[in-house]
Design a protein around this ligand. Structure first.
Ligand SMILES: [Zn+2]
Length: 476
């Protein structure tokens, strides 16, 4: 099913012919492309990949560009030989201005060769499109960060602020048998926070949206993300022989609770980021966009709320969502179930607490025999970064220059990034615009791809944006 729209998109791109042939690359673009290719072709999936190898390869590029050995470090956490990270530092001239962190993850979601049209671990360029696992998530930005460090150092570009680079492993998670991946960003925050501390960080989560015809739609600045909270629902019962049914059945009781969660909508919530995002979305004149426009004008318009919420990418920015993701129950085909349980995965609106979500689930289910247990004691979440003008203004201005026609908008990440790891440091992490993809980019799925032009233009944009940020005087 995923292949159909991808094929349609590819045909549409071919039809426009504008991207059918990539222009010849300049020498610095050629070198950047080689770094990107090497990263994509270094398998870093958890089951059989090696982030440490990727980290060493990126460290080698930095060292050969003249970074002193002491300024480039490869970290390998104890007991995780293949989950290494690389960090580097480029010193600024103004000791009073705080550093900026360029953050990325080296690992990728598992890709199976037999499911893909092309080898996921070969960077294949076809009709102006790069294909390969990690081409989008997030080796394009990783390569841009390494390339930015190299160009700034080689060009002796003067910067007020110190730049820090950290490419870690384990953002995507992953497990093989009992072995679970380590979140490298969390490990670094816990063990070597000074390597990462900065006024703010830049990572994935923003980017940009292309329309199906390849034109620019939105330039996205990610400002904040939802928190993740998992709950177990469990019903236990004395059970008995299935030939003698009793009304109280653990599976039916659990199913009743799940149906209530299915029917429940968490209340509408807005913050500065989602107001900006939804206002931009409301300019599209499709049914969901029109409903959203009515809802923003009158948040009490229940019909508009229903219609706008029918679009999953709008609904998940309007509220906390909780859905059932795992289910098990019973122990024998001929026995009344003694136990039934389900996992509920909640994506929590910024600022909402675990206690509030737990209370909402308890109230909605309304059945004391359904035991509700949160998987963790708190929601591990990113801090809600301020929509500061010193972040937004350069990003907007440069977006007008590089991405004509794109509507600039802040966005709330409905998923999660390594920004979560920085909650304990109270460090804001933003996802700058730059790398534009279409809706069917195959992110986390099959045949991941991104237009060559998106990568090259995004690289130029981010290079200039990082310089602007790094030359800002101290804030307050
Ligand atoms: Zn990612």
């Amino acid at each position: 099913m995923r292949l159909m729209p991808t094929l349609a998109t590819a045909l549409a791109l071919l039809a426009t012919s504008a991207v059918a042939q990539s222009p010849a690359l300049t020498p610095d673009q050629t070198r950047f492309r080689a770094i990107y290719k090497e990263l994509v072709e270094t398998n870093t999936q958890f089951s059989n990949g090696d982030c440490t190898l990727a980290a060493n390869r990126m460290a080698a590029h930095l060292r050969s560009a003249g970074f002193p050995a002491a300024d480039v470090t490869v970290w390998v956490p104890d007991g995780h030989p293949k989950e290494g990270a690389v960090t580097a530092i480029l010193r600024g001239t103004d000791a009073a201005a705080k550093p900026i962190l360029l953050l990325g993850h080296l690992d990728v979601v598992e890709a199976r060769r037999e499911d893909w049209t092309r080898d996921p671990y070969t960077l294949i360029e076809e009709n102006g499109v790069f294909y390969g696992r990690g081409t989008v998530d997030m080796k394009a930005m990783d390569a841009v960060w390494v390339d930015t460090f190299i160009r700034l150092r080689e060009g002796r570009v003067p910067l007020k602020r110190t730049l820090k680079l950290a490419l870690t492993c384990g953002e995507e998670g992953g497990a093989v048998g009992e072995l679970r991946s380590l979140n490298g960003a969390t490990w670094m925050v816990q063990n070597h926070p000074e390597t990462l501390t900065a006024e703010f960080g830049l990572t994935e989560g923003g980017g940009g949206a292309l329309r199906a015809d390849g034109t620019n739609q939105f330039a996205l600045l990610q400002v904040g993300e939802k928190g993740v909270a998992n709950f177990t629902l469990e019903v236990t019962n004395p059970g008995g022989h299935s030939s003698r049914p009793v009304p109280d059945n653990a599976i039916y009781r659990l199913a009743g609770a799940l149906k209530k969660i299915e029917a429940y909508r968490f209340p509408l919530k807005f913050n500065a980021t989602t107001r900006g995002l939804l206002a931009a979305r409301a300019t599209e004149n499709d049914p969901a966009g029109l409903a959203l426009k009515r809802l923003l004008a009158n948040p009490k318009d229940a019909a508009a709320e229903r219609a706008a919420s029918a679009d999953p990418s709008i609904n998940n920015r309007l509220r906390t969502t909780c859905i059932a993701t795992l289910l098990s129950g019973g122990h024998a085909a001929n026995a009344l179930p003694q136990r039934a349980n389900a996992t509920i995965n909640c994506r929590v609106f910024p600022g909402e607490t675990l206690a509030e979500v737990t209370q909402a689930l308890t109230r909605v289910i309304g059945d004391p025999q359904v035991k509700i247990t949160p998987a963790e004691t708190t929601i591990r979440t990113a801090i809600n970064p301020p929509l500061s003008d010193f972040i937004v203004e350069p990003a907007t201005r440069l977006a007008r220059k590089y991405f004509p026609g794109a509507v600039f908008t802040p966005t709330l990440m409905a998923g999660a990034t390594d920004a979560r790891a920085f909650g304990p440091l109270q460090m804001p992490i933003y996802g700058p615009p730059g790398l534009f993809t279409n809706a069917e980019s195959g992110l986390h799925g099959l045949n991941e791809h991104i237009p060559v032009k998106s990568v090259m233009t995004g690289r130029d944009y981010l290079y200039e944006l990082v310089q602007e940020y790094a030359n800002q005087p101290p804030h307050s």
